[in-house]
Design a protein around this ligand. Structure first.
Ligand code: NDP
Ligand code: HSE
Length: 436
């Protein structure tokens, strides 16, 4: 049987890795897919640029639409990134009846509903395993492997750059900006690294995970998002003294009030496996009602780990080429007409335990004022730690761990504590999840 012709949009890190994996493992891939998979046409902006992969035997264009419009191409792989021209290219490919594979989490999180509707109309597949957690087959695990379960919650370290930064700050006491520069040099960070450090990349990925876990439309604008810029080495240290690690987590939880969708730094007990996932690695913990908690762990970024997911999608598409479109795995795991309109819980209604760090004047009565504010709002304290003042310092760091309380009450407590004249600067708040 003739090999399937693939058109590749983008020959950068992931595009180059994809060509290399397809060539190196051609025999195994053909045995698995039932047909060879050949990149026959590819595009990049600058055709003179050196590449990490061979390009012999591949027709090259600097216009990506030339690839999409090539009648010999059956599957288009979009590895450009960003919204435009990626969105126009993907929609154009679908309109021409071509299947699409993409690693573009921003595109799927923001325009996936439109893209899947178009794909459903045209009877083509859009596969996006590489969009979440790089090489970890988490989409397949939730969409297919766990399809007998009601998913209760999932929690993930889904951005390698922020995990790398927090790990280096904790283990090596390194400075945030120096570690970020290194993450960029190592190729972990997005083209605009604020997408990583502000939590936007993780929010894109959480949007996708929540949709396939709970059968809801993609709702990126409803994700509460906080980054890691405000975390200091002191916070990492104090958390450790209480037996916790600070991780930048994406959390999606199906509750009676609706679905919680949030990305923020979080204290988790250091004895949990996920608390020990360090460096650029990713991990996703998924709790199904039948299976219980399951953990998926591996490389969250990089040329070949991400290519592994892209090629896995290509094999799936080739295997399904001849099957009836109505009987394929649905894009968002649930049949399109069966998506649920369950609401997303506003952040003020979410309940969590908290870590609070504040700088207080070192004199009697100050702690009593703070605990009175917390007590009046029904916030109970689990632990409290007051450090020695630094030489010549009038203020001492006070760290408090609280029991679970609604975000609304904690917001009010923080406003009241910050209004005390004995409190210097703002209160640092990090949410705490026991994950039990
Ligand atoms: P790169 O920047 O390395 O590659 C992008 C490619 O697209 C390059 O070949 C570039 O051409 C081409 N390109 C860029 N802009 C345009 C444009 N306007 N028109 C046509 N071609 C264009 O990106 P990555 O390979 O790192 O990322 C690709 C996708 O994979 C993104 O969506 C990213 O979020 C996602 N991803 C990346 C991971 C990673 O570890 N890198 C992990 C998981 C997902 P030229 O080379 O000539 O500049
Ligand atoms: N910038 C992303 C990360 C790349 O650090 O996780 C993989 O999606």
């Amino acid at each position: 049987m003739e090999p399937v012709n693939v058109g590749l949009l983008g020959l950068g890190t992931v595009g180059g890795g994809t060509v290399n994996v397809l060539r190196r493992n051609a025999e195994e891939i053909t045995r698995r897919a039932g047909r060879g998979i050949r990149v026959s046409h590819a595009s990049a902006r600058d055709l003179g640029k050196p590449r990490i992969c061979p390009t012999d035997g591949i027709k090259l264009s600097d216009d990506p639409f030339a690839v999409v419009n090539n009648p010999d191409i059956q599957i288009v792989v979009e590895l450009i990134g960003g919204i435009n021209p990626a969105r126009e290219l993907v929609l154009a490919a679908i309109e021409r009846g071509k299947h699409v594979v993409t690693a573009n989490k921003m595109l799927i999180a923001m325009y996936g509903n439109e893209i899947f509707e178009a794909a459903h109309r045209e009877g083509v597949m859009v596969a996006f395993e590489a969009a979440v957690a790089g090489g970890i087959p988490i989409i397949k695990a939730i969409r297919e492997g766990l399809s007998g379960n009601r998913i209760e919650w999932l929690v993930g370290i889904i951005n390698g750059t922020t995990n790398f930064i927090l790990t280096e700050m904790r283990a090596q006491a390194r400075d945030f900006s120096k570690v970020l520069k290194e993450a960029q040099r190592l190729g972990y960070a997005e083209a605009d690294p604020s997408f990583d450090v502000e939590g936007i990349d993780a929010a894109h990925k959480l949007t996708i995970l929540a949709a396939i876990a709970f059968g809801i439309p993609l709702q990126f604008d409803k994700v509460y998002t906080e980054g890691i810029r405000q975390i200091t080495p002191d916070d990492l240290n104090y958390a450790e003294q209480f037996g916790y690690r600070i991780k930048h987590l994406g959390i999606a939880r199906n509750t009676e009030k609706g679905i919680e969708l949030r990305v923020h730094p979080t204290l988790i007990p250091e004895r949990r496996l996920i608390a020990n996932v360090d460096g650029v690695l990713n991990a996703v913990l998924v709790k199904g009602d039948a299976v219980g908690p399951t953990l998926y762990y591996g490389a969250g970024a990089g040329a070949e780990p991400t290519a592994s997911a892209v090629v896995g999608d290509l094999v799936d598409v080739v295997r399904a080429l001849t099957s009836d479109p109505e009987n394929r795995v649905p894009h968002l795991a649930f049949q399109p007409h069966a998506l649920s309109d369950v609401s997303i819980v506003p952040m003020e209604e979410v309940e969590s335990a908290y870590y609070l760090r504040m700088n207080a004047v070192d004199r009697p009565g100050v702690l009593a004022d703070i605990t009175r504010i917390l007590g009046d709002l029904g916030i109970s304290i689990e632990a409290i730690l007051q450090k020695e003042p630094a030489p010549g310092e009038r203020h001492v760091p006070v760290i408090i761990l609280t029991h679970r309380v609604k975000e609304r009450s904690m917001n009010k407590a923080i406003v009241d504590i910050e209004a005390l004249h004995t409190i210097h600067k703002s209160v640092m708040r990090i949410r705490l999840e026991p994950l039990d």
